[in-house]
Design a binder for this molecule. Structure first.
Ligand SMILES: [Mn+2]
Length: 438
């Protein structure tokens, strides 16, 4: 089977904000210069394999709703080849510079670990040819350590060391594959690393196991000379009730405790941030502030639902504020923006995949152009600077510079009769200012 899955779609082009063409970009102009870089390089957009090509549109109540030809091919390797061809047709037509995948998205699991490796090798050889043909690059690779029943009690945190060993087998293979494909990063999402009840869980032991696994992964990374970042993806709950990688701060504390904080950074997902009770912007700001920012999984949740809906991003204000924080923090190094987002089950037409990604990329582009204006205008940054101006004066510098003790400072406060006056935080003024850029 060689025909196109998207026969009516040409390469998606930038046509400007006034275009009426639903299969065109209105803001995503890859060559537009934004703060010294091409927009494409600022955003580093990736399409994910799992939601867009491997997921059939099923949910816990119902079967798949997507009529994709590779779901009907009975030979799993032939199905994987057809899926691969379609995925690269999509990446090429969309013009996404990157893609991402788990081992089991791209090639079928075999009867044994060795057979799974062989399946992966066969498909990766073809993926490499497609990458050369299209110039689409790998933003990151990852291993699926959560779908198979063997992982129901965790991968690295499993009570059975043989499961830990099996997981090591998958991760070593995917690190090799990611390195072979010149992937820019490697991600670890601890899908089942957490617990349901302390009645059957030794939490301290499981943390030690997870740390040991992560140490082994970074030792192997250096051994093979892989230069990309190792990234941990925080998530507070789902599938387990208590996920160990709850949020960016929890991950950072864990990394510091086990002296892994120089080796790992975070891949922050918008919907996971919301599930942990934070905003996406908060998580990005926290990671940048602590030197552990790596990459982003772009999606959104639903205000009315408390689970991981993984919808495509379309909240312009949220994206503009995240981009403002990110670009002020220096932007991406090897990370990028991976659409870990899926269609709704009723969006069953092949072209819905294009509408979803075009809308997402346009939202990212438009949010970035707004953030550029905010930065160039400088009003928001100046308001924050002015608020902390006292800390650049003599008093502030003597405190933070360690030149006064608590007792000396207390004496100064008495001697000088210090009597600070409350000053407005001006939140509403600043919110109005943000809306003027939108
Ligand atoms: Mn994700």
């Amino acid at each position: 089977m060689s025909q196109s899955f998207f026969p009516g779609v040409e390469r998606i082009r930038y046509e400007g904000p006034n275009s009426e063409n639903p299969l065109a970009f209105r803001y995503y102009d890859p060559n537009r210069m934004v703060l010294g870089k091409r927009l494409e390089e600022q955003l580093r957009v990736a399409v994910c394999y799992w939601h867009s090509f491997a997921w059939p549109g099923s949910d816990i109540f119902g079967h798949g709703t997507f009529d994709r030809p590779w779901f009907k091919v009975s030979n799993p390797l032939e199905a994987a080849e057809l899926k691969l061809k379609t995925a690269f047709e999509f990446f090429e037509k969309l013009g996404s510079p990157y893609f991402t995948f788990h081992d089991r998205d791209i090639a079928p699991e075999g009867a044994t670990l060795r057979e799974s490796h062989d399946n992966l090798d066969r498909i990766i050889e073809k993926a490499q040819a497609e990458m050369q043909r299209t110039s689409v690059k790998l933003l990151w690779g990852t291993a699926n350590l959560f779908s198979h029943p063997r992982y129901m009690g965790g991968a690295a945190t499993n009570p059975d060391p043989e499961v830990f060993a099996y997981a090591a087998g998958q991760v070593r293979k995917m690190l090799d594959v990611t390195h072979q494909l010149a992937g820019a990063n490697y991600v670890l999402w601890g899908g089942r690393e957490g617990y349901e009840t302390l009645l059957n869980t030794d939490m301290k032991r499981e943390a030690d196991q997870l740390a040991r696994f992560l140490s082994m992964v970074c030792e192997y990374k250096h051994k093979i000379g892989f230069k990309g970042l190792l990234l941990i993806e925080p998530k507070p709950k789902e599938p387990t009730k208590h996920q160990y990688d709850f949020d960016t701060a929890t991950v950072y504390a864990f990394l510091q405790r086990y002296r892994l904080d120089k080796e790992y950074k975070v891949n922050i997902e918008a919907n996971h941030a919301i599930l942990s009770g934070h905003s996406f912007q908060h998580e990005v700001a926290y990671a940048l502030g602590n030197g552990i920012f790596g990459s982003l999984d772009m999606n959104r949740g639903d205000d009315l639902l408390g689970w991981d809906t993984d919808q495509f991003p379309n909240d312009l204000q949220e994206i503009a504020l995240v981009m403002h924080t990110l670009l002020k923090g220096g932007g991406f190094s090897s990370g990028g923006m991976n659409f870990d987002a899926k269609l709704r089950r009723q969006s069953s037409d092949p072209n819905d995949l294009f509408h979803a990604h075009i809308g997402g990329m346009d939202t990212l582009a438009r949010g970035t152009l707004i953030a550029e204006q905010m930065i160039q205008d400088g009003k928001l940054d100046r308001a924050v600077e002015e608020r902390y101006a006292g800390w650049r004066g003599e008093l502030g510098e003597s405190i933070l510079g360690g030149r006064v003790s608590l007792a000396e400072l207390a004496d100064q406060a008495l001697a000088k009769g210090i009597d600070p006056k409350p000053r407005s935080g001006r939140q509403e003024y600043l919110e109005n200012l943000v809306n003027r850029y939108l």
